[in-house]
Design a protein around this ligand. Sequence first.
Ligand code: UD1
Ligand code: CA
Length: 433
Amino acid sequence: MNKNKISIVILAAGKGSRMKSPKAKVLHTVCGKEMLYYIIKTSRKISDDITVVVAHQKESVTKLMSSYFDDINFVTQDTDNFPGTGGAMKNISVKNEKVLVLNGDMPLVTAVSLEGFLESKSDIVMSIFDLQNPDGYGRVIIKEGHVEKIVEQKDASAAELNVTTVNAGIYAFSKQILERYIPQLSNNNAQKEYYLTDVISMARFDGLNITPLLVDEERFKGINSKKDLSDAEVIMQDRIKTSLMESGVIMQLPSTIYIEEGVTFEGECIVENGCRITGNSKIINSHIKAHSIIEESIVKNSDIGPLAHIRPASLLEDTHVGNFVEVKKSTLKGVKAGHLSYIGDATVDEGTNIGAGVITCNYDGIKKYETIIGKNVFIGSDSQLVAPVTIEDNVMIAAGTTVTSSRVESGTLAISRTKLRTIENFYHKFFKK
Ligand code: UD1
Ligand code: CA
């Protein structure tokens, strides 16, 4: 695609009151990334002149998006004097003759689906789709094959409300059209807002032709409520997993698996049913067994789960982590931790076996401390390692030991136990049998 012929303006200044949330609408996430992130990412595939219009929570919106992209122009809308999508288009200056206007609440749009807008020579191209339930969308009034106007739901007459052809919210305008009509918009409507959609009826009145482009709901759906958000999540999940499977990841019952946008896979990987993998996790030649959770971590040549929880900033290599093991901010290389453990703020080296029920006591109620475990260490079941502690190479920790010294030297056995007592006949006396 030719990147230099079109400018893109993304409208992201609105509150999104229908989301019923203190968070700005465009910052709500789909598969781990903000809605606005997706539309900017898609825009960058077709344009290098991208303007994002901000106002509501503009500091957070600008800061977050700048952390992903460094080439976006942010323009602040004067929402006090010029609210609405038309108000958002005031004071925009663009480089190119053609301008694509996108709504920030459309995370599902793909670059390929925008091609139709780029190819048309018309002064105005607008996106439409037909819906069984057009609720919430602007209705597109077409007479004798020509688009006449867009009527917002709140301004629509009973007859207009029955129209099922709606405005999907994406338009391509020539620069002159915007320069001519944006200053002429008024707020004489039910919401007292400046509607971008009024450009259509004004242009039509002047005899200009408006090209409607039929688009599909799956890609052009606007996200206005939390229900819409969860619908988008389902569609996006499907795309993410389909593309991962196409590139070679094996998934069992993919509909039960949740994988976020930033996750990457390399080599032969298997993800069993019910797994959740988030953030920028990287999975390499590994088997993630049923119902395991991996957050923002790297897993290489390892098998995890079933029912394991790998929390952020962990690195697992050549490692086996079994059921009910929680790992947090730890590096495990060549380690076996088969059952029921908590390993936090730890570094564990090759050949080390962590028995069932071993716990790194990393927190004293005020601060967190590190545990360092060397090579070929055997940690018996149900041991507690009170951090900060270093366990050198070739150490044996007896089952049931609480390690309270800060260092256990190489070659030693650490054991802390009360002596076992047995009381004869106690059972029979107590249970009277
Ligand atoms: C808009 C269209 C409607 C269309 C629908 C498609 C208008 C008047 N209506 O309605 O015809 O069917 O999209 O999804 O354009 N925004 C600003 N500044 C504002 C108000 C909104 O930047 O003052 C941004 C929002 O952040 C959002 C986008 O514009 O990303 C659309 O706003 P929204 O309030 O969702 O418009 P709709 O009512 O859905
Ligand atoms: Ca919308």
